[in-house]
Design a protein around this ligand. Structure first.
Ligand code: NAP
Length: 497
């Protein structure tokens, strides 16, 4: 049995009990309590900020060469790998995700730290084209203190995607994980500490979004907020950031279309659509929640999809066979169920699921059946609102123009999946869809080297990729005189003076 992290927060490099309100982490497979934590109070947050200011401005950190700073990231990556089993276990307890998925998330987090270490070591500064008697250069410097605010659905991966590039860029980072999933972020703090990162540069502050999240957003010493979470929270936070003229990056919600053309490889499309919506029990920003199927093949495809959905293995997160685990929390399960009920009230037809699974094994857990709805138009609420659960809506389409119009007729613009054997068609459609990521004949594949982010209500900015580090840097330009002469504007004036 793996022990859960103790009731201590990582406040500016010190393990201290929080003085804020209680946070209860539960195991959603049976409702048992993993840990009751004393969350961070505003005073705890302010102490972390003071320590971060000192640590970040310390020449011992600021003057490190890129390859020297990169060593910390490599050591953190090694630490995550060495503790992968423990991290996966804690995250599965905290979120209810399958061990298979949390093991992959731990590996991805290690890869993220290693990647940004390598990016740091290999990113050059620029000597710009000379246009006068000065040597012109553009260099990049840390912003200072970065507030990272993350959601509960893939905590270790979301944390790494912010903490790794922000530390690589030379900043101090204050991480506020979601209140439903605080434990794995505290485990990350233990690994960062063991990697020898100077005290104060990293804090983990589980606490209420309204208090600690808000403190990070409003505090004058915080130079940037990197946020992943819901669109409403992101929008409110961006308004406050605008008052401070502080940059924000926002990775927000989605209602992504998956598109199956009649010429698709049907087995490949079926597997991709199922994985796209029902893996992670649908709790994924990029979940392919609106399925568009070309009309001539629609009925047959949907029949097979429904049959396959009924065969999905719903079960305990620690069972290796499980495909669909419980939702993160009983409140979230209730919210998913309410979305489905409203859709049925709006006239949707229920093709699969729509209820909790029956049986003793599921009775104590926050389980919900993979659900397929049909019979509504793309204007229905269930096609507009993010459910963030295992709920798919099927919509037929007539041709390319029709599916592009329907797919884009939505507030969100995060991702899109296209299944077809016609490469030029996938290119045309993919280019026309408002989405930050397009998958063709696959879905939900990720690589740290490929930028990720959303359009419209799905966010601002991009994470990952070589340029990901730049989001945590300030650019500075240098002009160094090469003429050796006084400026002509005042040369005569100074001669006689
Ligand atoms: P959320 O309610 O917006 O919360 C996200 C984070 O913001 C949490 O740490 C939360 O703290 C904090 N927060 C809440 N109110 C705040 C405030 N007023 N000021 C500052 N911080 C505040 O989202 P969630 O329910 O955790 O996550 C689900 C959402 O995340 C979905 O919409 C999903 O699509 C999105 N998401 C997007 C991506 C992406 O990359 N685009 C990836 C994953 C998830 P508390 O937990 O304490 O409330």
């Amino acid at each position: 049995m793996i022990e859960m992290p103790p009731d201590r927060l990582f406040i500016g490099g010190e393990w201290e009990q929080g003085t804020g309100s209680e946070i209860v982490s539960i195991f959603p497979a049976d409702g048992s309590v993993n840990r009751v934590l004393h969350g961070a109070s505003v005073a705890d947050g302010e102490r972390a900020i003071e320590r971060a200011v000192r640590a970040q401005s310390d020449p011992a950190w600021r003057r490190l060469k890129p390859h020297e700073r990169a060593r910390f990231l490599y050591r953190i990556a090694d630490g995550i790998e060495a503790n992968a089993e423990r991290i996966a276990h804690i995250q599965s307890r905290d979120t209810g995700k399958t061990l298979r998925e949390t093991t992959a998330l731990a590996a991805s987090a290690a890869g993220t730290f290693r990647y940004f270490g390598a990016v740091l070591e290999t990113t050059d500064e620029t000597l710009t084209a000379q246009r006068g008697d000065a040597l012109t250069m553009s260099v990049h410097e840390p912003l200072g203190l970065v507030g990272a605010i993350t959601p509960w659905n893939s905590p270790i991966a979301s944390d790494a995607q912010k903490v790794a590039p922000a530390l690589a860029a030379g900043n101090a980072v204050l991480l506020k994980p979601a209140s439903w999933s605080p434990l794995v972020s505290l485990e990350l703090a233990r690994i960062v500490e063991a990697a020898g990162l100077p005290k104060g540069l990293f804090s983990v502050l589980p606490g209420s979004g309204r208090e600690i999240g808000n403190l990070l957003v409003e505090h004058p010493r915080i130079a940037k907020i990197s946020f992943t979470g819901g669109t409403e929270t992101g929008r409110a936070l961006a308004l406050k950031a605008a008052q401070k003229l502080m940059p924000v990056s926002l990775e927000l919600g989605g209602k992504s279309p998956t598109i199956v053309f009649a010429d698709a490889d049907i087995e490949q499309a079926l597997a991709g659509v199922l994985f796209g919506i029902f893996s992670s029990t649908g709790q994924s920003c990029i979940a392919g929640a609106r399925l568009f199927v070309e009309r001539p093949s629609c009925d047959k495809f949907v029949d097979r999809l429904v049959a396959a959905t009924r065969r999905l293995r719903i079960g305990h997160p620690f069972e290796p066979e499980t495909q669909v685990a419980p939702l993160i929390h009983f409140d979230h399960r209730d919210s998913v169920a309410a979305h489905v009920r409203r859709a049925l009230d709006d006239g949707a037809e229920l093709l699969a699921g729509g209820c909790e699974p029956e049986g003793e094994a599921y009775r104590q857990g926050a389980y919900y059946m993979p659900t397929i709805l049909a019979g509504v138009s793309n204007a229905a609420r269930i096609c507009r609102e993010e459910v963030f659960g295992p709920v798919l809506v099927v919509l037929p389409f007539d041709d390319e123009a029709d599916v592009i119009a329907q797919a884009n007729d939505n507030d969100y613009g995060l991702a899109c999946g296209i299944w077809t054997r016609d490469f030029p068609k996938s290119w045309r459609v993919g280019r026309a869809i408002n989405a930050g990521t397009v998958w063709v004949n696959t879905y939900k594949q990720f690589s740290i080297s490929t930028p990720f982010g959303g359009e419209k209500a799905s966010g601002l900015g991009r994470e990952k990729g070589r340029e990901g580090i730049r989001a945590y840097m300030a650019q500075k330009s240098f002009y160094t005189d090469l003429s050796g002469a006084p400026h002509p504007w005042a040369a005569e004036t100074v001669q006689g003076a």
